[in-house]
Design a protein around this ligand. Structure first.
Ligand code: AKB
Length: 313
């Protein structure tokens, strides 16, 4: 019998759009959504619970005949710094539960790492796939530990777990929750609502970013790839565009939206300063043919259209 799909962190920024994409193409496979809170607009099967509750997850796997898990639950960089203990618990215990169940029930797993796995000692321009990993945030620590855990479960137990290091993901349907790259989403809402934005990063802080459609496609493509092509079982570097707040503000103005911007950096500045400015993702491009489709102008156009559509609802 065809096995079903579980998405954890289902109603978050990436989960909500991944579920829609999976439902579109999954044929007869059911997609089961797992999160800590219900989305009242979600029409499919959902289970509400705590990712650290392994027996609950086991019951879902058995009851819903799960064969694949997209494990997206995570506390992001900024919220993680406000509660490092919880970040460790949710991010590490959650991943460990999923990997243990994958081993027991032969599940295929996707788990995202992040540019947060890098730190101050990493080369910041065109950051290579294999390089120094000394993150300065608890979120980053859980990403490095998580990458190694994934590789360990693959080597030791044959768990087919695949991963990419997401850059900042830009989307309009669901807001991101508590990251350092969130400014690049907030700015679109403020530009349209008030024409003014106060940015929590300095104007010249370059960070790697990606439009949500590219992030979802990368996620599906790495999971569809022939296992023989997945040479990296920690996590693949993944890139699309890199820009600063000032460049993004210019691109929004160029698209016809007047925008005044002020810069008031807060604690997130030092997180951003420890991350790469740009990423070398040639391994992903070579191994499973990754190719981004959204450059800065195309992304800005889509974001402005999407935010306007949401506001009209
Ligand atoms: C964050 O800013 O914490 C995330 C990430 C880059 O992983 N968006």
């Amino acid at each position: 019998m065809k096995k079903n799909i579980l998405v954890t962190g289902a109603f978050g920024q990436i989960g909500s759009e991944l579920i829609a994409a999976l439902e579109k193409r999954s044929g007869k496979s059911l997609v089961v959504a797992f999160d800590k809170r219900l989305d009242p607009n979600f029409k499919g099967i959902s289970v509400i619970g705590d990712i650290t509750d392994k027996e609950l997850l086991r019951n879902i796997v058995i009851e819903h005949n799960i064969g694949t898990v997209y494990h997206l639950v995570s506390l992001l960089s900024a919220v993680g710094e406000n509660n490092p203990e919880l970040a460790w618990k949710v991010n590490m215990d959650g991943l460990r539960n999923i990997l243990d169940l994958a081993r027991e029930y032969d599940l295929k797993v996707f788990w995202p790492s992040s540019i947060a796995a890098f730190g101050k000692t990493t080369p910041r321009e065109n950051t290579p796939q294999r390089t120094v990993l000394e993150p300065g945030t608890m979120y980053g620590v859980t990403k490095v530990a998580g990458e190694l855990l994934c590789q360990y479960y693959f080597n030791k137990f044959g768990v087919d777990v695949r991963s990419v290091r997401y850059p900042g993901v830009i989307s309009w349907k669901t807001l991101p929750g508590g990251g350092t790259t969130d400014y690049a989403v907030d700015i679109f809402w403020k530009a349209i609502e008030t024409g003014e934005y106060v940015c929590f990063l300095k104007k010249d802080t370059a960070l790697p970013m990606m439009y949500i459609d590219d992030a979802i496609r990368a996620t599906l493509e790495i999971m569809d790839a022939d296992p023989k092509k997945i040479a990296i079982r920690t996590s693949y570097n993944l890139a699309a565009v890199s820009f600063t707040p000032a460049t993004l503000a210019d691109a929004i103005r160029k698209a016809g939206v007047p925008l005044k911007i002020k810069y008031l950096p807060d604690f997130r500045q030092s997180i951003a300063d420890s991350w790469p400015k740009s990423i070398d993702d040639k391994s992903a491009r070579k191994d499973w043919k990754w190719k981004h489709q959204f450059d800065l102008d195309k992304m800005v156009k889509e974001m402005l259209r999407g935010v306007r559509e949401m506001r009209a609802k």
